[in-house]
Write a protein that binds this ligand. Sequence first.
Ligand SMILES: Cc1cc2nc3c(=O)[nH]c(=O)nc-3n(C[C@H](O)[C@H](O)[C@H](O)COP(=O)(O)O)c2cc1C
Length: 344
Amino acid sequence: MESQQAHRKDEHLSLATATYQRAHQHHYFNQVRLIHNALPEMGVKDVDQRVQLADGLQLEWPFYLEAMTGGSNQAAKVNRTLAQLASKHHLAMATGSLSIALKEPVTQSSFTVVREENPDGSVIANLGADVSLDKARTAIDLLGADALELHLNAAQELVMPEGDRDFHWLDNIADLVEKLDVPVIVKEVGFGMNRTTIEQLQGVGVKLINISGRGGTNFAMIEDRRNHQFDLDDLASWGQTTPESLLEARGSKATIIASGGITCPIDIIKAGVLGAQAVGVAGYFLNILIRDGATALDEVLTEWQTEIPRLLTLLGCRNFRDLQKTPFVLQGDLYSYAQQRHLI
Ligand SMILES: Cc1cc2nc3c(=O)[nH]c(=O)nc-3n(C[C@H](O)[C@H](O)[C@H](O)COP(=O)(O)O)c2cc1C
């Protein structure tokens, strides 16, 4: 019999799929248009798709499997398959939050399977931003993790009946960044970030920030479906979209990572044009895995890894960072947002 927290992990997997269509009804990257370059003056063979991020974090590809799961039998199966595919495609992979593994050691194998299946790949551990230094070290050691993600999820917690109601994270983040031996990425979980948040994080020494914006997996919808006490569905449209958050982050000295609603290679390219140095993908890959199976996800990953170097070539970019020189225009709501926030 699995614990209540393990059951919650299973609910997240099934509700991420059940809410997928509604959560993805708007594709906010459509409001970013790239300007075609008719003279690339390079070939696909000239592309180096690897990315070098702050604190020595190097990825073989500019996209990776973003934090999703761990903590139940079903989560172990999902993690095993994802890790096998991450290994095959040389993609980095973040696990879901390890807080359950620290509380219920019996669940640890549902996380360590990620390292077992991918002994030489990049594995990223994930924990809440209030975790103690000791626990963070334990989680990193458990996975032999190459980096640690600390998630900021105030909106999610506030919709959860059993969630936290008090959020003081900045001092702890500063302490962890200073004392941990691996790169620390501070991430949202799909509500985005504004310029002040990004500056505050940078101000306490954070060098890697994943703005994880709205437009994909929506934890207000997911937790609202779990919450039988109140209806908090009005938070479904809360937060900054991923393109809005990337505009908020422009000019930041931190390494900016994007996630939230990435569903095709051109989204990855657009995120790069808006300033992301790497891109995480969670819900889209999970939905394919659960709906169509591992072979289908394997094929999608092959397609993406074929298309990304071609898109970089089309824009005359030899590497992902070069994308930041690509001209673009913003349309509709996104343009209005950028103007009102004085971001362009
Ligand atoms: C089933 C599921 C579980 C998730 N669990 C975590 C988690 O434990 N920690 C975390 O930082 N983010 C978690 N996320 C959020 C993702 O890492 C990501 O920030 C968010 O889903 C937006 O990306 P997407 O639209 O590509 O899904 C989870 C996402 C999904 C789909």
